[in-house]
Design a protein around this ligand. Structure first.
Ligand SMILES: Cc1cc2nc3c(=O)[nH]c(=O)nc-3n(C[C@H](O)[C@H](O)[C@H](O)COP(=O)(O)O)c2cc1C
Length: 170
């Protein structure tokens, strides 16, 4: 049995995966990841998201061209386009939360993930048949990590001091 890591220890080792093995993720695993992500919190518990699962390789390749840093979608086993109910600040906040939970829950199955910001939104909506009024600006790539998968940049994180203020701004 593997050693159980604390969440904080695990998170220190975790990184966004952009290089995937060709092995396909089974549909049951995709559903299990979605089932966990359903537990994400949302404003007034409105759960204002639809998980548009994309497994078709041609669609993934087309979508990968619609963001400047979305290339990793092309080699993903599947992607989830995060489609929100309406274009609003709080809906976008909720989509961000569920994107995080989706990626964390994937790791339970040894599956890596990375967000792809979609820049050509209108074109992407046409590609995926998403109604114009829906909130859509990001997809998440998923797949078993390639054995050479590495963080894009070993950037680490800013220091606690740089990120934290107490009681007042200044
Ligand atoms: C809102 C958001 C948008 C992102 N967009 C992209 C993207 O378009 N392409 C990409 O490769 N990574 C994207 N990322 C992933 C970030 O680059 C990554 O989370 C960050 O560099 C930390 O990486 P690490 O966990 O591997 O250290 C995005 C992340 C977030 C939260």
């Amino acid at each position: 049995m593997g050693v159980m890591l604390k969440f904080s220890e695990w998170l220190h080792k975790h990184f966004a995966v952009r290089q995937f093995s060709p092995d396909r993720v089974p549909v049951e695993t995709i559903l299990a990841i979605v089932a966990t992500a359903r537990r994400a919190q949302s404003s007034k518990n409105c759960q204002p998201w639809t998980f548009l699962v994309i497994r078709n390789k041609e669609t993934l390749a087309s979508l990968s061209l619609l963001g400047d840093y979305a290339w990793h979608l092309a080699d993903a086993s599947f992607a989830i386009a995060l489609v929100g109910e309406r274009q609003s600040m709080w809906n976008s906040f909720d989509l961000g939360q569920v994107a995080a939970v989706l990626q964390l829950s994937a790791w339970e199955y040894g599956i890596g993930a990375c967000i792809a910001a979609v820049f050509q939104v209108e074109e992407a909506k046409r590609l995926l048949h998403i109604p114009e009024e829906r909130n859509f600006f990001a997809a998440v790539s998923f797949g078993f990590p390639d054995e050479n998968a590495r963080p894009a940049r070993m950037g680490g994180r800013k220091s606690i001091d740089a990120l934290t203020k107490w009681e007042r701004w200044e």
